[in-house]
Design a protein around this ligand. Structure first.
Ligand SMILES: NC(=O)c1ccc[n+]([C@@H]2O[C@H](COP(=O)([O-])OP(=O)(O)OC[C@H]3O[C@@H](n4cnc5c(N)ncnc54)[C@H](OP(=O)(O)O)[C@@H]3O)[C@@H](O)[C@H]2O)c1
Length: 337
């Protein structure tokens, strides 16, 4: 359990990565009470500096001994590192908020999106998991609709940006784009195919059931966060040549009839959601506009005319912010409240 203090020692494991950097920025932006920042990464980054509240902080190598006196440890260094080092952090007395998939489906670990199930944080025993970046944006939008009309089934297709894979993928999209526009050959190392000017229906590894692990994460995590195993979820995840923000086409079927206008009204008062929906004026959420924003934007809200009670919508959220770093910092804010 976290002891209440005026200021906290906060470690960021993966401090040099796409999510870790964002975490440090958001801690500063939201004036989280940090007495000391402990940036951790691999030996490759040892000695590098990260800027936080006007000071340079030296990156140290992540080891099991990194967590002495640490109160809160934000992990975003991949699932293997979380499995290896998060238990050591908890043993040292830190509360871990983990961005990886390592503990998400562990029944003893709360999986939290504060706008949806903040109460689950109270049950933690040292580790709290941050959901997958595509799941977070979707459940923020769907939970209030579920509360009102009971969602029976969700069919979702995600259009996920390359920053969801991390810094190497951001570089790969930029390099491939420049190469192709200069009539040079492209190098493909991060993804199995060229990502520039392409869409790849393959995120994470394929499983025996034909889905990818990413698609099953969306299905399983949605049920856990919404605390309802009866919701049927089927997902298709596509990597698209966008730097930042995941977009999602979502179709839901509800038990009770709910109209598009009612959904618009409910979502317009939902914390963390912005209804951006005026197609006649070409207004609908776009990745390039939602990048850097905290809220999940939702538009193209319409009745599904093919079934008696269904809704179609389009949502966009910043995968590095609400999909990862911001959600983790919001959990930390709840912990110190
Ligand atoms: N990107 C997203 O939108 C997103 C969303 C939700 C969750 N996540 C999760 O967040 C984690 C990080 O993702 P990312 O996108 O930030 O990846 P990234 O840009 O590739 O950064 C990875 C970070 O982990 C560190 N790291 C790698 N191997 C390490 C090791 N052996 N020991 C210590 N540190 C090590 C890296 O340090 P070096 O710089 O020293 O290599 C870097 O700081 C992943 O678990 C990912 O699934 C990402």
């Amino acid at each position: 359990m976290l002891k209440k203090k005026n200021k906290y020692v906060v470690a960021v494991a993966g401090a040099t990565g796409a999510v870790g950097r964002e975490m440090i920025e958001i801690l500063e932006e939201r004036t989280f009470p940090v007495s000391e920042l402990v940036p951790l990464a691999s030996e490759r980054s040892e000695g590098e500096r990260v800027k936080f509240i006007g000071r340079n902080w030296t990156v140290k190598r992540l080891t099991k001994k990194s967590f002495k006196d640490v109160d809160i440890a934000l992990f975003s260094a991949g699932a293997e590192r979380s499995l290896e080092f998060a238990p050591a952090a908890v043993k040292s007395g830190a509360v871990v908020i983990d961005n990886s998939s390592a503990f998400r489906m562990d029944p003893d670990v709360p999986l939290v999106v504060p706008e949806v199930n903040a109460h689950a944080i109270d049950k933690h025993t040292g580790i709290i998991a941050n959901p997958n970046c595509s799941t977070i944006g979707m459940v923020v939008v769907l939970k209030p609709i579920h509360d009102r009309a009971t969602i029976k089934r969700i069919v979702v297709t995600t259009f996920q940006s390359v920053s969801g894979t991390g810094k190497k993928a951001i570089d790969e999209l930029a390099e491939q784009t420049v190469a192709l526009l200069n009539f040079r050959d492209v190098k493909t190392t991060v993804y199995p195919h060229q990502i520039a000017f392409n869409c790849i229906p393959h995120i994470d590894v394929f499983l025996d059931n034909g889905y990818t692990k990413e698609e099953m994460k969306i299905a399983n995590e949605t049920k856990k966060i919404m605390e309802d195993d009866s919701i049927r979820v089927t997902a298709t995840s596509v990597r698209v040549p966008v730097f930042r923000c995941h977009s999602e086409s979502v179709n839901i079927e509800t038990e009770k009839k709910i109209s598009a206008n009612e959904v618009r009204a409910i979502l317009s008062t939902t914390p963390g959601v912005i209804v951006y929906d005026d197609p006649r004026r070409n207004i609908y959420p776009l990745a390039i506009e939602v990048a850097g924003k905290d809220e999940t934007y939702v538009g193209r809200i319409r009745d599904d005319e093919s079934i008696p009670s269904g809704i179609n919508l389009w949502l966009v959220s910043d995968n590095l912010r609400k999909g990862a770093a911001l959600n983790a910092v919001q959990i930390a804010e709840y912990l110190i409240k």
